[in-house]
Design a protein around this ligand. Structure first.
Ligand code: NI
Length: 467
């Protein structure tokens, strides 16, 4: 059985009605447990063997910023196909809806609602920015390892009649709080079980009631829902998962030095180039690390916290092999659309994930999409993070033609094509006299300051960071 910890919950406005089933789920076992019946304990993805987060390569079609990730399990190909199909549907709908919108953004990330030898539940969380603010929605897909089938949330129920019954039941509960709410079975697209085995039904922002209600969820006692075989397995998985507090790993070091083994190269005189990889770790990271290792090259990895938390082993490998592990926020949203507190939260959660993995606090960060504002710089200064941009990007194979001494090259760790091209790229760069370094090595003894933005080391001979 997978080790499980309280990894976050759904912060939802609960219906605190005195109706049956809503008040009888106060947990007594563990003070760490939220007393909120609509809270779900998500499974720590790092405890799920073979899981790897996949980030879809971003397609820049002028339709705004898009970042989509979902988990891949080696023994559940149909779950992977279902997640891919679902996220592609979301992307198409977003592209149609935002044809004329200014600065739209789509962000999909995920959590594990349950994992057992029998079932897997994946909660996809979608944020869409269409110009006026973020709209959030969730959808939970279930995979039954016994039947090899993936279903939507209504697959937890025993059939159409059970779906209709639950719709009515949830509608009645919601009506106690907000008269006039009417539900259809389509609204039941994000369901999972809490630790007590109650079925938690959650709704998207503004989906079934006025937006002023906030986010809504209802916990239905499991004996009041007709569960399918998959549903019963999912309920067991949630009930049996042991709970544990989050292990608070204290950083073993919080070094001033921002690079492992930095200082061996003087980039004021040598021809240096810093390769940086964004959005790690993912399915191709291990192979990328193999190739860098074979070539004895070092790089800087801007890791997304959600991915890092799923595969801390890959971060440990990066660090052990001399690469620099840096912060690329928790969920890869355009920070210029977020408040300072949300920016702090996104960097902070990613920092925790990296620190837990490698025992060192990252001191460099890159803003998703390179979107750096004064707020972002202020937060970074406060958190002790130097911001890193880039001055060369493109397809990996074109990099040797574009590069110049002191370049910061941005590549993405989200596609096999980059990995395949890397050995030839490294060979060519070295053939042209370049030394491959991490970003802080470009700046050498000049150092890098928190809150400043560094786009290129080309000026390093003047011993002055660019702002
Ligand atoms: Ni990125």
């Amino acid at each position: 059985m997978h080790k499980k910890r309280f990894f976050g919950g759904i912060a939802l406005l609960a219906l605190t009605s005195s109706g049956c089933g809503l008040a009888n789920t106060m947990p007594e076992r563990d003070t760490m447990v939220p007393a909120e019946p609509t809270m779900i304990d998500f499974v720590d993805p790092a405890t799920v063997s073979g899981l790897v987060p996949r980030t879809l390569p971003s397609k820049d079609k002028g339709s705004g910023f898009v970042h989509i990730s979902y988990p891949q399990l080696p023994d559940a190909p149909r779950l992977t196909s279902a997640l891919r199909a679902e996220t592609e549907r979301t992307l198409r709908a977003f592209e149609q809806a935002t044809e004329h919108a200014a600065g739209p953004e789509l962000n999909v990330d995920w959590q594990l609602a349950a994992v057992s030898p029998q079932v897997v539940g994946v909660r996809l969380r979608t944020g869409q920015y269409l110009g006026a603010g973020w709209g959030n929605s969730t959808k939970t897909l279930w995979y039954d390892r016994g039947t090899g089938r993936a279903t939507g949330s209504t697959g937890l129920l025993s059939g159409q009649t059970a779906v209709q019954d639950l719709t009515k039941q949830v509608e009645t509960r919601l009506a106690e709080r907000q008269p006039g709410i009417s539900l259809t079975p389509d609204h039941l697209d994000s369901m999972a079980f809490n630790h007590d085995g109650d079925l938690v039904v959650e709704f998207d922002d503004c989906q079934v009631g006025p937006c002023s209600l906030g986010r809504l969820a209802v916990a239905v006692p499991a004996d009041q829902a007709e569960l399918s075989e998959t549903g019963r397995r999912a309920r067991e998985a949630a009930r049996e998962a042991p709970r544990a507090a989050i292990p608070m790993t204290a950083p073993t070091a919080s070094p001033d030095a921002v690079s492992n083994r930095a200082g061996s190269v003087d980039c004021a005189t040598a021809k240096c180039v810093a390769l940086t990889f964004d959005d790690s770790p993912g399915p191709d990271t291990a192979e990328l690390l193999d190739k860098l290792h074979q070539a004895k090259a070092r790089a800087t990895f801007f890791t997304v916290g959600g991915n890092a938390a799923a595969r801390p082993d890959l971060l440990r490998r990066m660090s052990a092999e001399g690469h620099l592990v840096a912060n690329h926020t928790w969920d890869h949203r355009d920070l210029s659309k977020l408040s300072s507190s949300r920016i702090t939260d996104s960097f902070g959660r990613a920092e925790d994930a990296v620190t837990t993995a490698i025992g060192e606090t990252p001191r460099l960060a890159r803003a998703p999409y390179g979107a750096v504002t004064k707020d972002v710089q202020d937060v970074a200064r406060h958190l002790g993070l130097a911001l890193v941009g880039w001055d060369v990007e493109g397809k990996a194979q074109d990099i040797p033609k574009k590069v110049h001494p002191g370049a910061i090259v941005r590549l993405r760790d989200t596609g096999g094509a980059t990995v395949a091209a890397i050995p030839a790229v490294l060979k060519k760069l070295r053939g042209n006299g370049y030394t491959l370094v991490t970003v802080p090595e470009l700046y050498g003894t000049t150092g890098m300051q928190a809150g400043r933005l560094y786009r290129s080391g080309a000026d390093v001979t003047r011993r002055a960071p660019l702002t």
